[in-house]
Write a protein that binds this ligand. Structure first.
Ligand code: PLP
Length: 408
């Protein structure tokens, strides 16, 4: 089927500037761990007002770093939201942590701080929030609970590059922020991410853990002899000596990974970051036009921007009321998709109901707001930089026509 408004695999198409920057990077002496990565990290740090930024290969790897630097142990409990892409919890599961699901606010679809505290036990170590769809979690009460119980806070910022909470950049409020620059995100490096922290020790550990390093074993080579052989005096690997030297933190040897961003991605990221405010501005313009166009349709509720948040609309969410319209949400989606040619993707199936979590004892009824909202109400319309005004107007008309058709 050819859609009038397709879902797009890229949120904002790179243009001449990106092509020039990547082409330029291709002429460098290295495509790994070079000047573009350093510049991207510095610029992102300035943009966010963050003390430490480490570019990564994805948000997933940044989240893995977060779980590692916090030294979460098997059995440690972490409180998070069910309304996210499942990968938010994967680094925790990989370490044997126990996931506790709080419920969500039915409008922002973000973790509801009031549902966090009842889950805190002696084993709780951390709260992992997700700024869903481009809008900030209400961070003050989250940070207050964390302070009171001595917990760390990780912000999954995959959806909110450029978003703010009370004027502060998201990703800089909790202990660690993890960003995604995947092709679908508000700014992209193709695949990519960033680990952000103000904590010097976390930053040092992340540097050690985010890269494979061989300097430790090389130090052992400082012994004058190995078996019958003398240590070769000429052993010098310039590449290793220059790059792979972050291994000991507080005298502990940390086994690293390759979680690094390539120079080509970083070159792309430098340009995209420079455009991010404009890109987010266009998203806000589209979202506000959609809000205005469908706000009065019976059975449709638009998502209100919270007074504390600058929403950057990674997703455009609306809420459908099956009772007012007299038909289930799936019928409305089918209508938008088949009659109006709008490709609908609904994010996210509440993750506590995924088979992986049900097999651990999680069940229907655990997060009633997230469940009801997902199954009955929440829908996303496509939103990306290259949507045309005509496509936006088509979506507005389609929502009016869809509700009218189902009500009649
Ligand atoms: C909330 C959330 N967290 C993390 C990720 C993982 O991002 P990445 O693809 O960069 O690993 C995604 C990806 O869509 C996401 O939506």
């Amino acid at each position: 089927m050819t859609y009038v408004v397709p879902y797009s695999g890229i949120s904002n198409r790179p243009g001449d500037e990106e092509i020039k920057a990547v082409t330029q990077a291709l002429t460098q002496d290295t495509l790994a761990m070079g000047p573009c990565g350093k510049e991207f990290e510095a610029r992102l740090g300035d943009f966010l007002g963050a003390r430490h930024v480490q570019a990564t290969s994805s948000c997933t790897t940044a989240l893995f770093l977060a779980a590692q630097v916090l030294e979460l142990q098997p059995g440690d409990e972490v409180i998070t939201t069910p309304q996210t892409f499942w990968v938010t919890t994967w680094p925790l599961q990989a370490r044997g942590c126990v996931i506790k699901f709080a419920d969500i606010d039915p409008d922002s679809l973000n973790i509801d701080p009031a549902t966090i505290e009842p889950l805190v036990t002696e084993r709780t170590k951390s709260i992992w929030v997700v700024h869903y769809g481009g809008q900030a979690v209400d961070m003050d009460p989250v940070m207050e609970i964390a302070r009171r119980h001595g917990l760390t806070v990780v912000e999954d910022c995959a959806h909110v590059a450029g978003g703010t909470y009370k004027g502060r950049a998201l990703g800089t409020i909790g202990d660690i922020g993890c960003f995604s620059f995947h092709s679908l995100k508000n700014m992209t490096t193709g695949e990519g991410g960033a680990f952000v922290t103000r904590d010097d020790r976390y930053a040092e550990m992340a540097r050690a853990l985010g890269t494979i390093h061989v300097w430790g074993p090389m130090r052992e080579r400082d012994e004058p002899a190995i078996g019958p052989y003398r240590q070769p005096a000429y052993y010098r690997d310039a590449h290793v000596l220059r790059s792979y030297t972050h291994d000991y933190v507080d005298g502990r040897y940390l086994v690293g990974n390759n979680f690094r961003m390539s120079e080509l991605s970083a070159a792309l990221g430098i340009v995209q970051l420079g455009k991010l405010d404009r890109l987010n501005g266009r998203r806000r313009e589209i979202a506000h036009r959609l809000d205005e166009g469908i706000r009065d349709v019976p059975g449709i509720r638009v998502q209100n921007e919270k007074p504390y948040a600058r929403h950057v609309y990674h997703l455009y969410t609306l809420f459908y009321d099956p009772e007012t319209v007299g038909a289930p949400k799936d019928d409305f989606i089918k209508h938008l998709q088949e009659e109006e040619g709008i490709e609908i993707v609904v994010r996210y199936f509440p993750i506590h109901l995924l088979p992986e979590f049900r097999s651990l004892g999680h069940r229907y009824g655990e997060c009633p707001v997230a469940e009801r909202t997902y199954f009955e109400h929440q829908i996303q319309l496509p939103i990306y930089d290259h949507l045309t005004d005509a496509q936006v107007e088509h979506m507005i008309g389609a929502v009016h026509r869809g509700v009218a058709a189902l009500r009649s």
